[in-house]
Design a protein around this ligand. Structure first.
Ligand code: CAA
Length: 400
């Protein structure tokens, strides 16, 4: 009998501030229902000056490792679109902040919003080769578009951390997988920019074309038929994208496709993403968390996952929910990460948006925020971080 391998534990972290999309609607004199209903988003998380992909990733991973009784992971895969260094992996900063053992391989993976699904597949391969290994995957991103652009309403920020191992408590990932890669310019971010460039309508089409290609490849490689998949969990740049995508997949496979029925079926995967906004690589796994945390018993159900990373690489894969999974959920933790955010207005949000071009600021110190992990600033081109709980009292006080 094959030993199941998959996701054993998972959690999320997000940023300090929350901007209701009603604020954007007010600023641009747009009907707020364009955002609430038209794209299916209500709020976006906005990072404080001392937050970035490392601090969010460390927050999620710290909680996971602190409650975990198993051996330390020997691999840490950090997936992100929002890289902070051209050379050093953001995962190495997290490894240091969490005091992980030196006997660990750490890598950063990049392919827009796809890389965390790629990291999951690499992790499954490592565990298949060495069944006692455990892999920590962190997906952490800040979605940023230009001010006053059509993408502005689809910004957001969040991280997930999950552990991949044999005999997982939550989800067994099945072997079949469907792949699709196409060299397109639908969304990209040159090194000189903080904000992504995007051809919005073309990106929606590229997403849907990729879904059809990846699903066909999944079927050709022994994947379940669409009727054998109980739930679907999509990458959600905005939640309405998943509705458009699944409606197209049903049509593609010759099934009836009523848009409202599709929206209702996918809704349990939307609850967190509608509140944090696009979190690029983390978004599909935040959709999974919302589904698991919902009030339906999913035991034994098959979930079909579609991950899409502009540019474009995508994958369709599936997993089964393990018996007893409910005993391993942490619903309160996820709800409080969202509730703990401080609401801000458009004017405050403007002061936190970094603008389009990356500027060379020299040395600087960031204002102290409220999180455990802080990006404290740059000294001689090095980013510096602090774990407030482990810092000597004097250094924390000095930061404030
Ligand atoms: N009440 C209700 N609905 C309304 C409304 C109102 N008052 N006003 C408009 N709407 C509806 C529109 O009918 C439309 O619905 P449909 O798409 O179902 O027709 C929806 O609201 C959006 O309206 P527009 O198409 O006019 O919106 P837009 O052009 O201003 O922006 C967008 C939409 C192009 C997706 C833009 O948000 C964008 O560029 N986002 C970034 C790119 C993106 O997220 N692409 C997704 C695929 S790429 C990917 O997945 C990778 C990634 O993470 C980036």
């Amino acid at each position: 009998m094959t030993v199941p391998v998959g996701i054993h534990d998972i959690t999320l972290a997000t940023a300090r501030y929350a901007l209701d999309l009603g604020e954007l609607a007010r600023r641009f004199d747009v009907d707020v229902n364009k955002f609430y209903t038209g794209i299916g988003q209500r709020v976006m998380s906005v990072p404080a000056e001392d937050e970035d992909i490392v601090t969010m990733g460390a927050s999620a991973a710290a909680r996971l490792l602190e409650r975990d009784g198993g051996p330390m992971p020997r691999t840490l895969l950090f997936a992100t679109e929002t890289g902070i260094d051209q050379s050093k992996s953001a995962g190495v900063y997290v490894h240091g902040l969490l005091g992980m053992p030196a006997e660990c391989r750490v890598l950063e993976l990049k392919q827009a919003c796809y890389s965390a699904a790629g990291a999951l597949q690499l992790a499954l391969g490592l565990v298949a080769r060495s069944p006692d290994e455990r892999v920590l995957v962190i997906a952490s991103d800040i979605a940023r578009y230009d001010l006053a652009s059509s993408g502005e309403a689809t910004q957001g920020a969040a991280a997930v951390a999950f552990l991949v191992q044999r005999d997982p408590a939550l989800i067994e990932i099945e072997p079949a997988s469907g792949l699709h890669t196409l060299d397109v310019q639908d969304f990209w971010r040159p090194n000189s920019r903080n904000t992504a460039l995007v051809d919005g309508k073309y990106s929606v089409k590229a997403y849907i074309d990729s879904l059809k290609g990846a699903f066909d490849d999944y079927r050709a490689h022994g994947g379940a038929s669409i009727d054998e998949i109980d739930r679907f969990c999509y990458h959600q740049p905005f939640t309405k994208m998943a509705v458009k995508a699944h409606t197209s997949l049903l049509q593609h496979t010759g099934r009836p496709a009523d848009r409202q029925a599709v929206a209702d079926a996918l809704a349990p995967t939307f609850t967190y993403n509608a509140e944090v906004g696009n979190s690029y690589t983390a978004s599909i796994f935040i959709g999974l968390l919302a589904l698991l945390d919902g009030d339906v018993d999913l035991t034994g159900e098959r979930i079909g996952f579609f991950s899409y990373g502009s540019g474009a690489v995508s994958e369709f894969f599936s997993g089964r929910v393990m018996p007893g999974y409910e005993a391993h959920l942490h619903r309160d933790e996820h709800a409080s990460a969202l509730l703990a955010r401080e609401s801000i207005d458009y004017e405050r949000y403007l002061t936190l948006h970094p603008g389009t071009e990356v500027s060379s600021r020299g040395d600087y110190t960031t204002a102290a925020g409220a999180g455990r992990f802080r990006f404290t600033g740059v000294r001689e081109h090095s980013r510096e971080y602090l774990d407030v709980e482990r810092a000597p009292e004097s250094s924390t006080a000095a930061e404030q």
